[in-house]
Write a protein that binds this ligand. Structure first.
Ligand SMILES: [Zn+2]
Length: 447
């Protein structure tokens, strides 16, 4: 007998729109003074009317498209009713049976994880447990109340904690490539709720689609590390119950990081009946084919395609291409450096050498300009194949042709030196090393 974990994931991604989902309050709430970014709408005061943020709707569709989903021509907001102190209206505006997008998939390695739905909803406030005047109290901060939140729900296609983590990293990467969220688990802008059950596989198990008669949902996971630990713990806990001939209870559990265990929070008997109904204050949203196609055209080249292109175009290994494309910024930095390399026509330097430098020497891409990186690499890899007299002559010419840069350098602007070195490099076509050139130019300028 073998045990097969069956895992479905719910990922919440907070959108980085300027304002909240249904009002004009600023959405950025991290580190702000509590309750300074609220208004009658996000405080749920009577009579206040929500107006949907168009950018949040567009971005959710963009994400749906990036996840290979169908976008619905008509979509609608619903009220999800429940009571909790961080939810001032007594209901959350969410989406129920008409989400913005559904039926997509994401590839992790060679496996497809099906996406059931992608919908848009408002975030709740935050509870703070503090001591006030010596009394243990719970305070509510509504700065997060009403911030746009996208929920991505997968089919139960995930089979291990490792796959769950890979999926989560992929979600973060896609959200960042699209520029719609920071996807930062530590700051809470990306959250995971996995539901887990374990299937006993016997010779009689015929249908792959047969799911166990229960599932356990885990809340409060706020790091990639905890996600792996919580899922592994939960699988082991359920297997040990199954081995005793018991069926695990259907329930919601929380992850206790200190003890390294999941703990029961709510049983099936207390399961919510949210009494969803259409949000009467917001008309259904309709999208034309051209609106959807227009959004599709805004999707940038995503990591998966970029990696394939880097391998093809720059002759890189899968491993190198994956590291370079991990973030869009790094991938763009690499390509700018390659363009500089081509401008300078340094034959000895290959795209692979540049990749090695960025990956192995851990170049700080926010501080070193691509053109300077090429020069740094050239300096350490080139052989001398131009006589000193010729180099001196070129430097003399460059100095006389660029009086402004010379004046800048002599006036204290160090960057002007890099400019002059670049000009010399263009003339020497990489036949002389960086250090020698720099020394000679400095000598000339300081003479
Ligand atoms: Zn507000």
């Amino acid at each position: 007998m073998t045990y097969q974990p069956i895992i479905g994931l719910e990922v919440h991604v907070e959108l980085k729109t300027k304002s909240k989902l249904f009002c004009g309050c600023p959405a950025e709430h991290f580190g702000t003074k509590p309750n300074t970014q609220t208004c009658p709408v996000c405080l749920g005061l009577p009579g206040a009317l929500p107006v949907p943020n168009k950018k949040a709707v567009d971005w959710t569709i963009l994400l749906g498209l990036a996840l290979n989903c169908s976008i619905h021509k008509v979509s609608r907001f619903d009220r999800k009713n429940y009571f909790y102190p961080d939810l001032p209206k007594g209901y959350q505006i969410s989406q129920y049976d008409e989400p913005l997008a559904s039926k997509g998939f994401v590839k992790i390695d060679t496996k497809k994880i099906r996406i059931r739905r992608v919908h848009l909803e408002e975030d709740a406030g935050k509870l703070l447990h503090e001591e006030v005047n010596g009394v243990k109290s719970t305070l509510v901060d509504f700065n997060r109340s009403g911030v746009a939140l996208v929920e991505i729900v997968t089919e139960p296609d995930v089979r291990s904690s490792e796959e769950a983590r890979t999926f989560l990293k992929k979600m973060r990467q896609i959200a960042r490539y699209l520029g719609i969220s920071d996807g930062d688990m530590e700051k809470g802008t990306m959250r995971l709720e996995p539901n887990i059950s374990v299937k006993l596989e016997t010779r009689n198990t015929k249908h792959e689609d047969d799911l166990p008669p229960y599932k356990v949902e885990i809340k409060n996971i706020n790091s990639f590390n905890f996600a792996k630990k919580a899922i592994d713990f939960e699988i082991a806990r359920q297997v040990s119950l199954l081995e005793k001939g018991e069926t695990p209870l259907q329930e919601t559990r929380g992850w206790d990081e200190k003890k390294g265990v999941t703990v029961s929070q709510r049983g099936k008997g207390e399961a919510h009946d949210y009494r969803y109904f259409p949000e009467p204050d917001i008309p259904p949203m309709e999208f034309s084919k051209s609106q959807i196609e227009n959004l599709r055209s805004q999707i940038p080249e995503l990591a998966e395609e970029k990696i394939a292109r880097f391998i093809r175009e720059y002759n890189l290994s899968q491993y190198d291409a994956e590291i370079l494309c991990d973030s869009r910024e790094r991938a763009e930095y690499y390509e700018s450096t390659i363009r500089e390399l081509k401008n300078l026509r340094i034959k000895e330097l290959t795209e692979k050498t540049v990749a090695n430098w960025i990956i192995n020497k851990k170049v700080d891409t926010s501080k070193v300009a691509p053109e300077d990186l090429v020069k740094m690499i050239a300096a350490t890899t080139q052989t001398t194949s131009m006589p000193d007299e010729e180099l001196e002559k070129i430097i003399k010419e460059v100095i006389s042709k660029n009086p402004k840069a010379v004046a800048d350098y002599q006036g204290g602007k160090e960057q002007a030196l890099m400019f002059l070195i670049g000009q010399v490099m263009r003339e020497t076509k990489g036949k002389r090393g960086f250090d020698k050139m720099k020394t000679v130019i400095e000598q000339r300028l300081n003479a």
